[in-house]
Design a protein around this ligand. Structure first.
Ligand code: AHR
Length: 657
């Protein structure tokens, strides 16, 4: 009886498939027409310190305002007893420190308490490294990790005393083992002797950072980046490159050298959105350009730094003072040249020497540099021109990236693209945070681009659902659909980076984002998996694919289907991506044309990414709601008949024997 049923259902299935095959959209993959090379820079990452992406996020420091340099110097700290702010500390560019003195009575206490970034999170049995620069003679401080228990009483979770035994500034260190897991601990330091102690650069890091580095990065977050296998890593933003005014632009030279002496900068995202106002959001620059280069290298991505072109954010500031005159751009241009020297220069050069002193005598082999972020109007090409001339002269091999402004089309975009072509930049950065309708309509976007001009860097993009500005499966599905167009046009689209990358669940300003985290956990969103699926299946060359004899990109009559195909010369696989954005399952035939008789397609695999609930997403508490699933499939000869479910991203892979 059981066998009977199985045979019956197999018959029904094959009849169904045969019937469906007749109505199926015919996708033809021209296996013998190996096309454009897919650049190694595909698919990449865009990093910006937005949503507490760096301080409070990727940068694993747990003490907020560790150098007492916030404009309100004790922001993030509570003080008790006799605490004074001093300003003649050992680090020239961070001169403030805290002086803890005897409170004057045996029962009184002097101390400071730090709240961390939305608390200080500790994992049971993990080790944490506390360091502080201090001075004092025969003094003692007591360092405590504290928590409020359910009854609201402060509990000391763990504590250690440190003897401060030098009237010269010296760094002290102790390691704490967390006795419990606690997401919202605080760090408290008491003066534990009669006298005075000076404290500066108070720091607490997990010992288990990425590669175990001091001044390190959060391991789970770097692992999420590495697991994408990114081709390029763009940093440090975004709008923070530009600054609300020129003084607060991102100045890479302030982000290298000893961390204690990297001056604080404001973070414009602290006030950009009044409804998401974070007055305690600053850039410590603990994660600076050296760390960005190192990270790029370690996750296998080409580094792509972006620098100010001498125009502050044009959205935020139209004051002429916010724009350097073209004739006064020298120091900005020098910053760009010096950056290339920092990355690639010999150890005997000024900036190459600094790189070596920081621990990397080998060059970072920088190949790309971006000048300007979302700039617009004639001022931008005027500013960019002298940069291009100077960089070309000094470093002809460096690829220069210009911008097409903040919009994916329209007046500024149409003006800037030809201007970029005139300046002969190598790539043009395009940004598109757009609704579902845009992603559905743009499936043929790059097919129409001029093949002779600069290449495309799709530098910031994400589907922003109408009325649903959060991560959800449908947005990721439409990103996948759009990306078939990027893939098919690999001859001109050389880089693509979803944006933004990170967001703290308690500290976001902008959403959706690719990876969310709290202080203990992180989660890979649906959009993350789409990026990862593309990156892991990017192949080495485009292969022409048509559906019903036409290129396929969700056009009229194509039933919401999108598709592209690649050949992977390393694994000898054909990889076809099909996205069904419609709400019905659709029969599809993949016909691998042009194979020689002796060739066979074997080892078939199908990876699907689907959710019945279009609003579903993965969250820090429930990270596995929507995940890609892989199964084996078999092909008879060179034609594969299948049915792609409604609202599904499917990848089909076959090895050529
Ligand atoms: O990704 C967030 C912001 O969007 C970037 O800083 C900016 O370039 C764009 O407007």
């Amino acid at each position: 009886m059981k066998l009977h049923k199985t045979i019956l259902s197999a018959l029904i299935l094959s009849a169904g498939t045969a019937m469906n095959a007749q109505n199926a959209h015919q996708m033809v993959v021209q296996t013998n027409k190996i096309g454009a090379e897919i650049q190694p820079t595909m698919y990449g990452l865009f990093f910006e310190d937005i949503n507490y992406g760096a301080d409070g996020g990727l940068y694993a420091e747990m003490v907020k305002n560790r150098s007492f340099e916030f404009p309100q110097n004790f922001m993030g700290w509570a003080t008790f007893g006799n605490v004074k702010l001093m300003d003649d500390g050992p680090f020239e560019r961070n001169p403030h420190y805290a002086r803890l003195s005897d409170p004057g009575h045996a029962h009184k206490r002097t101390g400071i308490e730090n709240e961390g970034f939305f608390g200080i999170a500790m994992k049971k049995d993990a080790d944490y490294r506390f360091t502080v620069w201090a001075r004092g003679e025969n003094q003692k401080i007591s360092v405590e990790i504290i928590d409020n228990d359910a009854m609201g009483e402060t509990q000391v979770l763990t504590s250690k005393d440190i003897t401060i035994n030098s009237k010269e500034w010296k760094q002290y260190e102790v390691i704490f083992k967390a006795p419990v897991t606690e997401p919202k601990a605080h760090l408290r330091i008491f003066l534990a002797s009669p006298g005075t102690v000076d404290l500066e650069h108070v720091s607490l890091f997990p010992v288990d950072t990425w590669k175990g580095r001091k001044n390190g990065l959060r391991k789970d977050l770097v692992e999420a980046l590495r697991d994408i296998k990114p081709g390029v890593f763009r940093f440090p933003g975004g709008c923070i490159v530009e600054g609300t005014d020129l003084e607060t632009r991102y100045n890479w030279k302030n982000t290298v050298g000893p961390v204690e002496n990297r001056p604080l900068n404001e973070n414009r995202w602290h006030y950009t959105f009044p409804h998401r106002f974070f007055p305690d959001y600053f850039q410590s620059y603990g994660l600076g350009f050296y760390e960005f280069f190192l990270l790029s290298e370690e996750i296998g991505a080409e580094a792509l730094p972006v620098l100010s072109c001498g125009l502050a954010c044009q959205f935020q500031n139209d004051d002429p003072e916010a724009h350097v005159k073209v004739c006064d751009l020298d120091s900005y241009i020098q910053d760009a040249l010096d950056l290339i020297e920092f990355a690639n220069g010999d150890v005997n050069t000024k900036w190459g020497k600094l790189r070596a002193e920081m621990g990397h005598p080998e060059p970072f082999n920088l190949k790309f540099i971006g000048i300007g972020n979302e700039q617009w109007g004639p001022e931008y090409p005027e500013h960019l021109k002298p940069f291009v001339e100077a960089i070309r002269k000094a470093y002809p091999d460096i690829n220069i990236i210009g911008s097409s402004g903040p919009n994916s089309e329209g007046e500024q975009f149409d003006y800037l693209w030809p201007e970029m072509a005139k300046l002969k930049v190598d790539l043009v950065d395009e940004h598109f945070y757009r609704p579902e309708s845009w992603f559905l309509a743009e499936g043929m976007r790059y097919d129409k681009y001029d093949r002779k001009g600069p290449k495309v860097f799709a530098g910031e993009y994400a589907c922003h659902g109408r009325g649903k500005k959060w991560n959800h499966f449908n947005a990721a599905l439409l990103e996948a659909a759009f990306m078939t167009n990027i893939e098919r046009n690999a001859d001109i689209v050389h880089m693509a980076t979803y944006a933004p990358l990170f967001a703290h669940v308690e500290g976001w300003q902008w959403r959706p984002d690719m990876i969310w985290f709290d202080n203990l956990k992180s989660v890979r969103t649906c959009s993350y998996y789409v990026q990862q699926l593309y990156s892991h299946n990017k192949g080495t060359n485009v292969v022409p694919l048509t559906m019903d004899k036409k290129p396929v990109g969700g056009q009229e009559g194509q039933d919401g289907l999108f598709a592209s195909a690649v050949w992977d010369n390393d694994t000898k696989e054909y990889i076809v991506k099909v996205i069904n954005t419609s709400d019905k399952a659709q029969p599809v035939t993949l016909d691998f044309k042009g194979l020689k008789k002796k060739n066979k397609l074997t080892n078939g695999k199908c990876i699907t990414f689907h959710s019945d609930n279009l609003d579903a997403d993965n969250t820090v508490d429930n990270p596995n709601v929507v995940l890609p699933k892989e199964s084996k499939v078999s092909i008879e000869g060179t034609v594969f008949n299948t049915e792609i479910g409604a609202k599904t991203f499917a990848i089909y892979k076959f090895t050529k024997e």
